[in-house]
Design a protein around this ligand. Structure first.
Ligand SMILES: N[C@@H](CCC(=O)N[C@@H](CS)C(=O)NCC(=O)O)C(=O)O
Length: 236
């Protein structure tokens, strides 16, 4: 049994999609970010970086494996099941490249775009413009890649697609004409039953304060939990 610590967020969805696709036995342990579950001592023991997702794999030799960082988790699960990473060296290398592109580019830049564009109380035009431009640029890179191949790693669906889809889904909506290849890929990925199930992870816990929940706005306490005083006070 694999325990997934996470909530209704893109990074936890990646892991839920992979778990569903691979048919591994798993269950969810909710991490409610707005409540500050990620700062609780029990969670910080699993990930001192106070971020979800984290998995605990009890089905391993020796101690249960505790693993954070969604890209590392996807790679681990794919290797464990022997699926979702191309077998040939070229495909494997490209799969790794596009997974890293998601982890180092798409994830952080889309995250900062959401932060400065929506969650930050003060609106800084420079930061808003900077990250909105980065999002558009990264979407263009993905669209160019998907003009050449059906999936990010090449011919086969892989962990690189799983990592990217939860982030690009909302951005592609309304920009389909600008990014036709990305839209084609997004439809194909989104049609997979495992993706549909994985995207539903913890949906019932989606909070109205978040963009996806309707963006009623964060309270000062929630801002402090997510972006400020609370997490920094934990550091020596
Ligand atoms: N690089 C990490 C990023 C994880 C991350 O940013 N998780 C968010 C939820 S999607 C989180 O836990 N945020 C809570 C916080 O920053 O306090 C990964 O890919 O797993």
């Amino acid at each position: 049994m694999i325990v997934l610590y996470g909530g209704p967020t893109p990074n936890a969805r990646k892991v839920a999609i992979a778990l569903e696709e691979l048919g591994l036995a798993w269950r969810l342990e909710l991490v409610d970010m707005l409540r500050g579950d990620q700062l609780a001592p029990a969670f910080m023991k699993l990930n001192p970086n106070n971020k979800s997702p984290v998995i605990v794999d009890q089905d391993v030799a020796g101690e249960p494996l505790v693993l954070a960082e969604s890209g590392a988790i996807l790679w681990y699960l794919a290797e464990k099941a022997g699926q979702l990473i191309p077998a040939d060296p070229r495909g494997r290398a490209l799969c790794h490249q596009w997974l890293m592109f998601q982890m180092s580019g798409v994830g952080p830049m889309f995250g900062q775009n959401a932060h400065f564009g929506f969650y930050a109380k003060e609106k800084h035009p420079y930061a808003i413009e900077r990250y909105a431009s980065e999002v558009t640029r990264l979407l263009r890179v993905l669209d160019g890649r998907l003009a050449q191949v059906p999936f990010l790693a090449g011919d086969a669906y892989s962990v690189a697609d799983i990592a990217t889809y939860p982030y690009t889904l909302r951005q592609v909506e309304g920009r389909r004409a600008a990014f036709p290849h990305l839209a084609r890929w997004s439809d194909a990925v989104g049609a997979r039953p495992s993706v549909q199930r994985g995207m539903e992870v913890a949906r019932e816990h989606l909070r109205r304060e978040t963009i996806e929940g309707g963006l009623t706005g964060l309270t000062d306490e929630q801002r402090s939990i997510l972006f400020g005083a609370r997490q920094y006070a934990l550091r020596p």
